[in-house]
Design a binder for this molecule. Sequence first.
Ligand SMILES: [Zn+2]
Length: 148
Amino acid sequence: MVLMEQIKDPEIPVVSIVDLGIVRNIEFEDNEPVVTITSTYNGCPAMDMISMQIIALLQSLGFKQPKIKMSLHPAWTTDWINDDAKKRLQEYGIAPPDKRFTIPADGVECPRCHSMSTRLISAFGSTACKALYQCNDCKEPFDFFKCH
Ligand SMILES: [Zn+2]
């Protein structure tokens, strides 16, 4: 676990993937490590980068076939961010839990007519990284990229 603290969040360098609660478990199968991670958002592209970093780190230690296991249940929550990391996030200028981790209920600007009168339809849009909104004025649905 201590080892994994070397790996920082690709978008927030002040916190590690352990701080964020992304690394859930490390076990060994046939002397090769199997790291269980959970995604802050299913299908988030940052998770691919985190997985690659974990594999690269373990390979640099001499393991030949480290594996990543994705855990989808229970779903990740901001409660898994430890208190110390929350403090560091704040110092970094992000109100914890930061807006990366929550979805604004209303008031996302419509990309078509620029109306601020919009509402959240679904927390999951065309990809898991996006939330689906609908504009109250032009009635068009649109995605809000929530990963960044
Ligand atoms: Zn609109």
